[in-house]
Design a protein around this ligand. Structure first.
Ligand code: TTP
Ligand code: MG
Length: 573
């Protein structure tokens, strides 16, 4: 944490310094008021009233200014700290592998980067503002109490351990609950996010009540834990008050005795001692509040550290490939299983290669592993056995950016950002000119519909791309990939929402413009794959056949069955 605060040490120092200025006002003002009353009002000395009055107003202005500056500097330190932590976390999360993002879950990552950082921000704020105030008041109070009479300090010394014990006990009970609270908040965020993003599905199935119940359960659970923590803390103040009042009785008893026997204290001193005693003991309660914030922040900081300390599981390699080999892909005895089911391989001992400029289509029943296969090429996941080679080099040896720059992938689910269509296409290549965007849109068969949009390329895309049809989203995603002019183009079922005519035009355009580019086309429809140089038939994570459309019709029963089923449905072109 100090690493983040170091940058703002000046503000962390200035805030408590100005706090001391504010404290001085707090401590001196009652004394000045006493002088005004005793000598000015009771002694009928108007000059003292005016003189001390002006001094007091100046002191209040000074104290107020110090208070404002303390607040400003404490805020600068805390907000800047939070800003840096959030930025670092976001950059870490962006670097996470898919598996790591799946492990943390989106809801939890959102809670960590928002709520958890806010908790720690508050702690920083409290540390530089209130902690100093508390400590100074506490130490100052003890000193002043001792000055009234050492015996009074002795009475306070009896009360202190009890109050400390109560505070420690409460905090110990409450601190594990804070971790639970944050976890429950994760869960709540997750439900909220799923339901807001999937609101169309919820409404389509009229599941509002059901989801509300689901949400309410999580909400109640969070509320219960919060209540539990607050109930424990609710005992704190009354318990301290009891001890405080016992101490007050002690001071009255000791003071009364001293007054009666040798007159070594005055009634005013006894009154002052009671005021200081309350000041000291109440500071402990205040400190307990600060420690409570600390405990909560420390639970949050642990969760933040989990994100910050998680290095990307996929170490980027350093070797750059042979320059004269571009667009070659080879799968060498590749097996792959997802981390959450390591015993259930999704791909089994696959070996095949794709030449530069070749179009390889992959077809297979749903769940056969097509998406998993293509995701291994840009190294979204690492193989569990074997190796994936791009241009003769294992993808694990590549610097990730070099590898991914070579590849343009259009994912099965088109993901767009809530920016303009132009920006969404340019996203694939920052340096792209307007003419490049138009050209990419033309290849992706998107230009016609974009031009018909109210603001053409400047039309904003709403969150999640809901303002566009499935096929339109797919075509913008395709344009985003082709604008990169990659060496390898991967389409994961990216024409599924296009009509056959548009899809055919898309493949023709790709054939003309990207003749030298290696293309991998995952598709469900025979019509989408029959023009490919080779078709790989995947069945249950294994290659069951590979060849041209004609060859496969001869040799592969699975392929023939796919053809037959589509012919029956009249889906074949
Ligand atoms: P996919 O590789 O997604 O199968 P597919 O692309 O052939 O299917 P579709 O035609 O429907 O797009 O999934 C293969 C198996 O891997 C399947 O059992 C689901 C599982 N899987 C995961 O466990 N996690 C993942 O992130 C993905 C993508 C798949
Ligand atoms: Mg798929």
């Amino acid at each position: 944490m100090l690493r983040y605060l170091k940058k703002y040490w000046v503000y962390c120092l200035l805030a408590p310094l100005f706090m001391l200025g504010e404290l001085t006002m707090d401590l001196l003002q009652p004394a000045m008021m006493a002088t005004i009353v005793d000598e000015g009002v009771l002694g009928s000395d108007m000059q003292i009233i005016v003189y001390e009055g002006i001094r007091m107003v100046l002191l209040v202005i000074f104290g107020g200014t110090c208070g404002v500056l303390c607040c400003v500097f404490a805020n600068i330190a805390a907000q800047s700290f939070g800003n840096d932590v959030r930025k670092d976390m976001f950059s870490h999360i962006m670097d996470f592998s898919f598996e790591q993002t799946d492990f943390f879950t989106t809801g939890s990552l959102v809670t960590r980067i928002t709520n958890d950082v806010t908790q720690v921000e508050q702690m920083v704020m409290m540390s530089v503002r209130s902690l100093v105030r508390c400590v100074v008041m506490f130490v100052g109070g003890i000193y002043m109490l001792y000055r009234q009479a050492p015996q009074f300090a002795f009475v306070a010394a009896w009360g202190l351990p009890f109050i400390t014990a109560i505070v420690v006990f409460s905090l110990k009970k409450v601190s594990p609950l804070y971790t639970v609270i944050q976890q429950k908040l994760d869960r709540l965020n997750c439900i909220m996010q799923e339901n807001i993003a999937g609101t169309r599905v919820v409404k389509a199935y009229v599941k509002e009540e059901y989801e509300l119940e689901h949400f309410s359960d999580a909400n109640h659970s969070l509320c219960d834990t919060n209540l539990h923590a607050q109930t424990i803390l609710a005992f704190l103040n009354p318990s301290v008050n009891i001890i405080l009042n016992l101490c007050v009785v002690g001071v009255l008893y000791v003071g009364g005795d001293m007054l009666r026997t040798d007159g070594s204290v005055t009634p005013g001193q006894i009154m002052a001692a009671i005021t200081y005693l309350s000041l000291i003991l109440m500071r402990i309660v205040f400190m307990a509040n600060i420690f409570q914030t600390f405990t909560r922040a420390s639970a949050s900081w642990k969760r933040i550290r989990e994100v910050l300390d998680t290095e990307n599981a996929q170490q980027s390699g350093t070797r750059c490939p042979d320059e004269d080999r571009k667009g070659e892909i080879e799968f060498r005895q590749v097996s792959f299983a997802y981390a959450d089911a390591p015993d259930r391989p999704v791909l089994n001992n696959l070996s095949f290669s794709v030449r530069r400029g070749e179009t390889l289509a992959i077809i297979g029943s749903t769940g056969s592993g097509k998406t998993s296969l293509v995701q291994l090429i840009p190294r979204f996941y690492d193989v569990t056995a074997g190796a994936v080679l791009v241009d003769g080099q294992d993808v694990r040896e590549y610097p990730l950016q070099v590898l991914r720059d070579k590849i343009g992938i259009v994912q099965q689910k088109a993901e767009l950002f809530s920016r303009s269509i132009q920006e969404n296409i340019c996203w694939g290549c920052e340096q792209a000119e307007e003419s490049d965007v138009r050209h990419a849109a033309r290849i992706a068969q998107a230009e016609d519909f974009i031009r018909r949009m109210p603001k053409s390329y400047e039309t904003p895309v709403t969150e999640g791309g809901h303002s566009l049809s499935g096929g339109q989203k797919q075509r913008i995603s395709i344009a985003r990939a082709v604008i990169k002019k990659p060496e390898i183009l991967i389409f994961d079922d990216s024409g599924s929402a296009l009509d056959l005519k548009t899809e055919a035009r898309l493949y023709d355009a790709l054939h003309q413009e990207f003749a030298g580019t290696t293309r991998i086309i995952v598709a469900q429809r025979i019509a989408s794959v029959r023009q490919a140089d080779r078709i790989l038939v995947l069945d249950n994570g294994q290659i069951c056949a590979c060849g041209t459309h004609e060859e496969l019709q001869e040799s592969s029963a699975v392929y023939r069955e796919i053809c037959r089923s589509q012919l029956r449905k009249g889906a074949m072109a």
